[in-house]
Structure formats: C-alpha cells, structure tokens
Ligand binder design. Sequence first.
Ligand code: FES
Length: 169
Amino acid sequence: MQDKISVKKPKKMKNNVKRENVQSLLEKFEPKKENLIPILHDIQNENVYNYISEDAIWEVAKYLNLTHSEILGVISFYTMFSTKPRGKYIIRICKSAPCHVMNADSIIENVKKTLGIEICETTKDKLFTLELSSCLGICDVAPAMMINDEVYGNLTPDKIKKILKEKSQ
Ligand code: FES
C-alpha cells in the first residue's frame, strides 16, 4: 500500500480566516475522521463569505491527522462546500426532473435576471451566489430552492421577488 504523500503547508499563506475561530470550532469535535463533514459545515457556516479557506483546510488536516489533499477531495465531492468566497446567501435552485417539469428553468432565468448574475456567480455586493442543486427532497412543492438552510417551494416570479427583497434588507 502506498504511503500518504506529505505536503507541507506553504510558509506564506494569505491569512483570510481567523485561526482562533477555526481552533475553537474544532475543539467542539473529537479529533476523529468521521467528524470531518460536520467540521467542514461549521467552518463554512462560520465564514461570512460561505467558504472553507486554505488556512482552515490546513488546520483541519492537522487536527484530524489527514492530508490536505484528502480534505480537498471531500470538499470537492460535495457541491455544498466551496473553497472560493461566495455571497452571504447561497441560492440553490433545484434542477432535477420534478422541478424541471414544474418550470424550474423559468425560475432560474428569473433569479439570474433579477440579480444580474449567471450560475456560480456572486453579486457585486457579495450578498447572493446562485447555484443549481439536485433534488432538495421537497418535490411536492416544486419548483423549489434553498437559501442557505431555508427551503422555499411553489416558486413563482412574484414569490422570488419578495424573497430576494427581504434578504436584501
Ligand atoms: S426535484 Fe426539486 S425538490 Fe425534488
């Protein structure tokens, strides 16, 4: 079996997340590999730009005795995680078949037009990032989307307008 390749943390790294914050989050968890996903969730939620920074990845790697690339592999497997700064609100519109049938495409176009961004882009004020998602598990209220942890169903252009206005205030 191949040994783990050891990659050293670069000496000069942009310190874009407070190390003390990551440390205090880590201390809530036992240093076990099975805690990786909840740890990544907490770190991302704590970051005002909704992402997991390089510094945080190195801290988690050290804490769980994993390599940087193992953690990066997990982050890139799940679409809910990001290593790039995003908006305060992550809008995830469902693109799976039941929502598609219920006109999700026009909802996507509506949000794009309202915010002036494309999919995977962030508004200039760093408030919204638009992403697509597979089934959110609420097909009975299709078309559906999530904004951070909140779910919204039976979407219409009017409803979208109202939701985005509320979030912008
Ligand atoms: S298909 Fe959209 S919520 Fe299930």
